[in-house]
Design a protein around this ligand. Structure first.
Ligand SMILES: C[S@@+](CC[C@H](N)C(=O)[O-])C[C@H]1O[C@@H](n2cnc3c(N)ncnc32)[C@H](O)[C@@H]1O
Length: 358
């Protein structure tokens, strides 16, 4: 069958994972162009849609102008194979919150940070906000689904730039969304990641072994409208250009038993207690620890763009990786720092508040 080359507005919106209203706004702003049928209907050709996708790595779709204004990102000058070195004089715009010689915490918006060089990250391990009404200090977790997907497109595009050509990305997200309307979150986010340029490797199922969450059954004992809920999350494993790693120390620290167990893509371990950690949505350190040992070499640079309570940096500390964490909220940066000092047992003197910074 021949590949479809011309799309209606509705089909284009579906393809891009945004609303038709957004398409009209984008067209008005000259971000995407259309043709008109003799009857005046818009038609978008594949070439223009793909041009938009390529360029959208530098901006987000103006979904809801009051919330998400068109914003050109300030990427650093291309530095192929840049080594990430933090020196205070190189640190831009007061974002550095705290650091050692191998761990950096930035208090900033991942959409705006100027401190992460392109092509500098070996592995990203992260869990973004899920948009399920969690009460974060600084982030609105109650967007419309379309706004959420626009936000997702924007931060994924930034992350794509940050990782090296043989860099990898472990993305912890829910399989689906049940509250406030059923949505195929994992499928939608994976599709956006692939549109941005990420390549798909595999999906790990994380069985949190938490069945007590179950409260909604829909139509109890009736076929009229029952709910099916999978008590699992996933870790989607993506990469930039090549799966085979060609850079880095080539030194692995995974044991035979860990390798055998973790290459089976169903992981069974419990979630983390919000109360114990003091954050509304932490993942257990075990999650980044497994991703780091399985997918990166010793000494490599790991980024968590949604640091929260600092779990990924703790895993970096335990595994001898360099870690960079970014969180928009100052209190969570403080919490991450405190956990590194206590659970990570970093010497207070080593975790300096950056000179002249926050
Ligand atoms: C699901 S939590 C991450 C939890 C983390 N994995 C942990 O173990 O604690 C998401 C975090 O993203 C942060 N966040 C939300 N929007 C952000 C943005 N634009 N830039 C940076 N951080 C952001 C929130 O403040 C929140 O701490």
């Amino acid at each position: 069958m021949e590949e479809k080359t011309v799309f209606t507005t509705k089909e284009t919106a579906k393809y891009l994972g945004i609303s038709t209203a957004t398409i009209y706004r984008m067209e008005k702003q000259g971000l995407i162009s259309s043709l008109r049928t003799p009857g005046g209907q818009r038609r978008f050709n594949r070439e223009n849609i793909e041009k938009y996708l390529r360029e959208s790595q530098n901006f987000e779709a103006p979904q809801n102008p009051s919330k998400y204004k068109y914003r050109k990102t300030n990427f650093m000058v291309e530095e192929p194979e840049a080594t990430y070195i933090v020196e205070d004089k190189k640190t831009k715009s007061n974002e550095l919150f705290s650091h050692t010689d191998s761990i950096w915490i930035y208090n900033t918006d991942i959409l705006k940070t100027e401190n992460i060089a392109d092509n500098s990250i070996d592995l990203i391990v992260t869990s973004p906000p899920y948009n399920v009404n969690i009460k974060y200090n600084s982030h609105d977790d109650t967007m419309t689904y379309n706004d959420y997907l626009s936000f997702t497109r924007e931060w994924l595009a930034r992350c794509y730039k940050f990782i090296k050509n043989d860099g990898r990305f472990c993305l912890n997200i829910p399989l689906d969304k049940n509250k406030g309307g059923q949505q195929s979150m994992c499928a939608d986010i994976t599709t956006i990641a692939k549109q941005i340029g990420f390549k798909y490797h595999s999906t790990i199922i994380w069985n949190e072994q938490n069945i007590s969450r179950r409260t909604a059954w829909g139509s109890w004992l009736s076929a009229s409208a029952p709910y099916v809920i999978a008590p699992v999350e996933v870790i989607v494993v993506l990469y930039k250009k090549e799966w085979k790693k060609t850079s880095g120390s080539r030194k692995s620290d995974i044991t035979k038993q860990e390798f055998m167990e973790w290459t089976n893509g169903v992981w069974n371990f419990s979630g983390e207690s919000k109360k114990r950690v003091g954050h509304p949505a932490p993942f257990p350190v075990e999650l980044p620890r497994r991703c780091i040992k399985l997918f990166s070499f010793v000494g490599e640079t790991i980024l968590d763009p949604f640091l929260g309570s600092g779990s990924t940096l703790l895993a970096c500390l335990h595994t001898g990786r360099r870690g960079i964490g970014v969180d928009i909220d100052k209190n969570y940066c403080e919490l991450a720092k405190r956990r590194l000092l206590t659970e990570g047992q970093i010497n207070q003197l080593k975790l300096n508040v950056a000179g002249g910074c926050k």
